[in-house]
Write a protein of this length. Sequence first.
Length: 340
Amino acid sequence: MSDSILLSPLQIGSITVNNRLVMPPMATFKGEDDRFTEEVLQYYKEKTDGGAIGLAIVEHCYVSPEGKAHPGQISISEDGAIPGLKTLADIFHKNGSKALVQISHAGAKSSPKFTEFPVKGAGNIVLNRDGDVPEPFTKEELKTLAERFAAAALRAQKAGFEGIELHSAHGYLLSQFLSPLANNRNDEYGGTIENRARLHTEIIKAIRESCGKDFVIAVRLGAADYVKDGPDPAAGGLTPEEGVRAAVLCEEAGADLIDVSGGLYGTERKGYPGTAMFTDISHKIKEAVTIPVAVVGRITTASQCNAILNDGDADLVGAAAALLKDSDWAKNIIRETLNS
Ligand SMILES: Cc1cc2nc3c(=O)[nH]c(=O)nc-3n(C[C@H](O)[C@H](O)[C@H](O)COP(=O)(O)O)c2cc1C
């Protein structure tokens, strides 16, 4: 029997996962009437079959209709979503996985083409493909938005999920707030990193209040914008130091898990040549917080997973593209770990 970290349980807030492997959130784009279909439910069943995934995170579901990110995205914005979510939570639990639902608002990345609402964002900087200039959320609207996130989290809880994950990566609304390239506000939600992370902390507190102390709150944190490797090397962006500070602020507000990924420009770290592309920053975040840290990003092999855990770069590891391609990915990682 291997004594590897990968096969050991981990406490995240009030829950304990069986091992350190994560199914990261992956949009299926296959919702019908913004609900899970039988095909999507079967997909999640297949990906977590056999108990090899310790923590499954459901694709991002929108908390409010104007924040829909793309056609086929699933809604968690009204109570009608609860029965479908419950069926899904039962699937994960039967398979032995603990499960979170990722909840999101697309902000300036949304489009009236599929929401029929005007585009709103952290600032008035264009981010969607159609060139829509977003209207910055007013402070009053941000209060309502925090309530929408909390109501969505409560729906996930009613459906039987252990918690939610706030989507603050890949250019969606919460990552827009963090990035000076999208957030040009002059009020207490713009400027310093404490201000840019204020909405995060308000949402975390609102969820804690409505869902209680045992409900797991994870934050998928686009922890840096990596613009030096990105499209405009001259532009500033969210720095890794600010990303670490944002993680600390989320922990102080009550988050139970930080899930590290890419910032404003998406899931990739442009120009980065190697594998395990976010482990340098997840390592720094792990040193700065006391809650568990997960990491994704070009992680595919058992030796990479074990090295990340052994080197203290993260407490959990996830693979999106690899699991999408091969539903046995996690089972193979466990088998190889046991045989090593
Ligand atoms: C098809 C697909 C859909 C994705 N959808 C989401 C999503 O809903 N939320 C999210 O935070 N990341 C999403 N991602 C990003 C992944 O969770 C992950 O961060 C990224 O793919 C990097 O990990 P990898 O190198 O293991 O693929 C998606 C990735 C893929 C391939």
